[in-house]
Write a protein that binds this ligand. Structure first.
Ligand SMILES: NC(=O)c1ccc[n+]([C@@H]2O[C@H](COP(=O)([O-])OP(=O)(O)OC[C@H]3O[C@@H](n4cnc5c(N)ncnc54)[C@H](OP(=O)(O)O)[C@@H]3O)[C@@H](O)[C@H]2O)c1
Length: 216
């Protein structure tokens, strides 16, 4: 699959790109600055030691031309980023991994956008796209380090069956990840908010925990 990542030059985009490319997908890291994106892509390829050769970098506008597009910007620039790419994203699957969080001392706290989640806000802004929410709890550093021994469940939710199925299929065969269908996009509110708990645990226990659902 050809995958574009908007805001792909940050830790989250880099980590996801390394894993997806290691499973054979072609990934374009998008950025506001195409040169910066290519430089970051080079770092990801080098770090993966030949296992993520299909990662490249380009402007967000080019990344938005991919078959499936992932949104990986900070929460406060997510809406502006996709709003400028509405026509490029029409008819496509757009996966939001954005968490709206604020730091309060040694804790992260969730913020609730008026529609309940960032993903639902993005769906409202892109009525012609098939929005899904996923990847919220993945630790970026462990994702990029293909030898980190990462074992994590990945929750996927969407109001579009084809979007959920495409994300589940995309993650098939990616080492260390198990994708789970978590239902409709209404679940994104709880999924995004739970990231605050996960990061708070990481701060308190000085670690990078992952989500694993027992009994499934
Ligand atoms: N880090 C993690 O472990 C992790 C895990 C799961 C989910 N997430 C979520 O994924 C998203 C990205 O996380 P991150 O840690 O990679 O964030 P980040 O480094 O702060 O931002 C990612 C990229 O977004 C672009 N960006 C920054 N400000 C922007 C603006 N005002 N307008 C447009 N683009 C802007 C930048 O790319 P350019 O400057 O190149 O354009 C930046 O490299 C967040 O919403 C986060 O909650 C993070």
């Amino acid at each position: 699959m050809d995958i574009g990542i908007l805001g792909g030059t940050g830790p989250a985009g880099r980590g996801l790109a390394a894993r997806l490319a290691s499973a054979g997908h072609a990934v374009v890291l998008g950025s506001r600055d195409a040169e910066r994106a290519e430089a970051v892509a080079e770092e990801v390829r080098t770090g993966a030691k030949g296992r993520a050769e299909r990662v490249s970098g380009n402007a967000n506008e080019q990344a938005a031309h991919a078959e499936l597009v992932i949104l990986a910007t900070p929460w406060d620039s997510a809406l502006a980023t996709v709003s400028g790419l509405k026509s490029e994203l029409a008819g496509k699957i757009v996966v939001s991994m954005v968490n709206a969080l604020v730091k309060n001392g040694r804790e992260m706290l969730p913020m609730y956008p008026p529609r309940g989640s960032v993903a639902e806000m993005i769906q409202a802004a892109l009525p012609e796209s098939l929005v899904a929410a996923s990847f919220h709890h993945l630790p970026a550093g462990m994702m990029e380090d293909l030898d980190s021994g990462l074992e994590a469940d990945v929750l996927v939710c969407s109001d579009h069956k084809s979007a959920t199925e495409a994300v589940l299929a995309m993650l098939e065969g990616i080492s260390g990840l198990r994708a789970l269908n978590a239902g409709s996009l209404a679940q994104a509110s709880a999924i995004e908010a739970f990231t605050a708990v996960a990061i708070t645990l990481n701060i308190r226990y000085k670690t990078h925990s992952t989500l694993k659902m027992a009994g499934l």
